[in-house]
Write a protein that binds this ligand. Structure first.
Ligand code: ADP
Ligand code: MG
Length: 309
């Protein structure tokens, strides 16, 4: 008989512990400020339903909500890193689900952008460019136009960027790098692309069907920057189907584009007209019209910085 008795005693003791623990957990759960508020908003929830869902409520209590207990995604203490719990009532029952927290959403967005930007060539010194380093007196109008653009951000993203043209080496690309860094501080994403690289990238993705995905990205970036537009545009298909459709979309949506070029807009028009498929003034004119809708032409003056390197 002894083993049975001791087993029974043990069971009773454990059961008592269980009941004590259960009561303790319930008290803790009901003390939690977020759960208190949840129950306050749902007075129809019965005590029976609370008892039935105690494990869910306890899980909810232990999890960080929208990053309130962590600084970065790495620190996220939740069972599913980067997912935040939500309590809901569906048909009188408590439901627990998870949604991506804002840190995870921002992280995924950055990863996705990083992936594309990395594949598009930009020298390191350009990506580290700072607006403080720019000699304002020398590059007067252009730098003033950039500063104006940044000032306008307070009341939303301006509809027009700039078309910066000037001689080789005056620092046009550097200006874009500095602008991208300022935009980052304002939490605005920008996509800075060296045009010849973009042409290569798009041609390359003909093989793996990722063209649409890439074009969508160029269409929708907050601020698009096309560096060195001009010489690479020898294909009518690229001009009309890729560049044309990106600019058309951004024009309709009022999204700004920045360009740099060695050509003025008038000179660019002749460049765009003559592709290896022939001379097409009308089609070139159409692109120029769109460029004017998404940017304002400004000349960048100064000496060639590369000569002093
Ligand atoms: P562009 O695009 O007009 O041909 P870049 O922007 O490439 O000229 O500038 C040429 C070189 O001068 C680059 O190495 C760049 O880092 C440097 N540079 C341009 N502007 C500045 C500046 N304000 N301060 C420091 N370096 C600069
Ligand atoms: Mg350049």
């Amino acid at each position: 008989m002894k083993p049975v008795q001791s087993t029974l005693q043990k069971w009773l003791a454990e059961n008592k512990n269980f009941q004590e623990n259960y009561a303790k957990i319930k008290a803790e759960v009901l003390q939690d400020p977020d759960i208190k508020e949840f129950l306050l908003h749902h007075p129809q929830i019965s005590d029976k339903e609370i008892n039935r869902s105690l494990i869910k409520l306890y899980e909810y209590k232990t999890q960080s909500k929208q990053c309130d207990r962590c600084k970065s995604l790495q620190d996220c203490p939740n069972m599913l890193k980067g997912y935040s719990p939500i309590l809901q009532v569906v048909g009188g029952e408590i439901h627990l689900s998870y949604e991506k927290c804002h840190t995870r959403i921002a992280y995924e967005k950055e990863q996705q952008q990083q992936k594309l930007i990395q594949s598009l060539y930009m020298p390191k010194d350009i990506l580290q460019a700072s607006i403080q380093d720019i000699d304002g007196s020398e590059r007067g109008t252009a730098i003033q136009a950039l500063i104006n653009f940044l000032k306008q951000l307070k009341s939303g993203l301006p509809r027009k960027g700039l078309y910066l043209h000037g001689k080789f080496g005056v620092g046009k690309t550097y200006l874009l790098g500095a602008l991208a860094n300022e935009l980052k501080k304002a939490n605005i994403s920008s996509m800075l692309i060296y045009m010849p690289e973009m042409v290569r990238e798009i041609r390359g993705s003909l093989k793996d069907d990722s063209i649409n995905e890439k074009v969508e990205f160029f269409k929708k970036a907050d601020v698009l920057m096309l560096d060195d537009i001009g010489a690479e545009l020898q294909s009518a298909w690229f001009r009309d189907e890729i560049l044309g459709s990106i600019l058309q979309y951004r024009m309709m949506e009022g999204l700004p584009v920045f360009f740099t070029s060695n050509y003025t807009l008038n000179q660019l028009e002749s460049q765009l007209a003559s592709t290896k498929d022939g001379v097409e003034q009308v089609k070139a004119g159409r692109i120029i019209e769109r460029i004017k809708q998404v940017s304002r032409e400004v000349s960048v003056e100064g000496s060639n910085r590369r000569e002093n390197d």
